[in-house]
Design a protein around this ligand. Structure first.
Ligand code: MG
Length: 455
């Protein structure tokens, strides 16, 4: 089981009532505010029942170190990122545990550009929180709280303004669009966004009350409700988003889950047809992205897993598009963060332009299958297991960017340790589901042997 509170360079995350306390939240927020320095800090939250409690701690801590918190209310993570960048803030905080269940909450910390804090900044926040070196201000210099109600509208306008999204063309198609926002923050943006695109809306779990009606991660096994709903409402497409609306998975008009890896694949293919440039994705993202990039004469750069790694690389090289295989699409025209509304807009535009159905578009994409397995390793050293695996497969193409990835002509196997649990994750991709599964099982067995010291 995961620990009730996890403190790392990417912030603080835990279960409310079982470790994630106001004291801890105040400590970490005061540390972030100390790093930011005085100025406006945009604060948004997803729909979790505990969001207001956490907001109270966050506001108090920010004001105590001279920051001026600006409450954006219940909004998607990318909405806070955009607002932080656009309103001259010194930083931003999103109160969300992303795709984790309702009892969890967490803080996502943003720098003044609206990008997540990088590892060095995260380490600095952790250091300040642990040492207690907070920049507390005297009574006449504490911060002032305020609020804004225009963040969602601004975000929608930014999406509608994407140069290769033709709103009129989409409106003419009068798509019927189903979505499942799992009672998260998606309910505050998707209806207005889809209305702007002239869509007829079929909404499922749209009310943002934070009592998630199913396991919130946008994976096939959690989205059977949406598949049935797309069929029963005869919708042209279905979109599933996670509670903080940075990940988006697509369901076809036939009710088929097309796979979260295909959100960024479809988006990359579409964007590369409009402009030249490089695609940046993480090392675990499907090879289908390499194939669509090659077809467009473009190249792909891979990074470690995590939005900040992808976003930083995109900024550094001026990439055309990027994201992660978990349903996260990043389009620099809007901002450098994973953004489900962007994914929705690009998908609708691809449908409108091509005149094809979602399953028709899916059929044109290269077909790969992934398998994801994990192994409990108890007290065994995960780094030692990885090292031994690396030695065993040293004659093959081994990539050590994030764990060990063995790259073969028609498949790959990635073995990573978890930073939060005593487990090893094995992820594979191959041309058939059977082969992906066979590879994953085989590598789990091998890791098991090394974990038992019998290798
Ligand atoms: Mg998320």
């Amino acid at each position: 089981m995961p620990k009730p509170v996890m403190i790392s360079v990417s912030g603080i995350r835990g279960i409310v009532g079982d470790g994630l306390t106001p004291e801890l939240l105040v400590r970490y927020t005061a540390a972030a505010g100390t790093l930011y320095g005085p100025g406006k800090v945009m604060v948004g939250r997803d729909s979790r029942v505990t969001g207001e409690m956490v907001r109270g701690a966050v506001f108090s801590a920010l004001m105590s170190v001279g920051c001026d918190p600006v409450d954006l209310g219940i909004v998607p993570t990318p909405t806070v990122q955009l607002a932080t960048e656009r309103h001259g803030a010194v930083g931003g905080i999103v109160i969300t545990a992303s795709h984790n269940p309702a009892e969890w909450n967490a803080l996502k910390l943003l720098d003044r550009t609206g990008m997540f804090l990088d590892e060095a900044q995260g380490l600095e926040v952790k250091r300040i929180a642990e040492s207690g070196a907070f920049a507390y201000k005297p009574w006449d210099r504490i911060g002032r709280a305020s609020s804004r109600t225009d963040a969602v509208r601004d975000h929608i306008e930014a999406v509608l303004a994407i140069p290769f999204v033709d709103v009129e063309r989409i409106r003419k198609r009068k798509f019927r669009v189903a979505f499942d926002s799992v009672n998260g923050a998606g309910g505050v943006i998707l209806p207005d966004l889809l209305s702007a695109f002239g869509c007829e809306i079929a909404a499922l779990n749209a009310e943002p009350h934070g009592r998630f009606s199913h396991t919130p991660e946008p994976l096939a096994q959690n989205l059977t409700g949406l598949s049935d709903f797309v069929r029963s409402t005869k919708s042209d497409v279905g979109f599933a988003v996670d509670p903080d609306v940075d990940r988006c998975a697509i369901v076809s008009e036939k009710g088929e889950f097309i796979g979260e890896e295909y959100t960024v694949t479809l988006a990359s293919r579409f964007v590369l047809a409009k402009k030249k440039g490089t695609v940046v994705v993480n090392v675990s993202t499907t090879r289908a992205v390499d194939d669509v990039a090659a077809q467009a004469g473009a190249s792909v750069v891979r990074t470690k897993v995590g939005e900040i790694h992808v976003a930083k690389k995109m900024k550094e090289i001026g990439a055309a598009v990027g994201g992660e295989g978990n349903g996260g699409v990043i389009l620099p025209e809007v901002h450098l963060g994973r953004d489900a509304p962007v994914a929705v807009a690009l998908t609708l535009q691809a449908m409108a332009e091509s005149g094809k159905t979602v399953s028709g578009l899916r059929e044109e994409l290269p077909r790969y299958f992934m398998a994801k397995k994990k192994l409990e390793i108890g007290g065994a050293d995960p780094d030692d297991i990885l090292k031994k695996m690396g030695e065993k497969y040293a004659s093959e193409t081994c990539n050590w960017m994030d764990g060990l990835k063995i790259e073969r002509p028609d498949s790959w196997i990635q073995i990573r340790k978890s930073n939060t649990e005593p487990i090893i994750r094995v992820m594979t991709e191959a041309k058939t589901a059977e082969e992906a599964s066979r590879l994953a099982d085989g590598f789990v067995r091998e890791a098991e042997v090394f974990a038992g010291g019998r290798g």
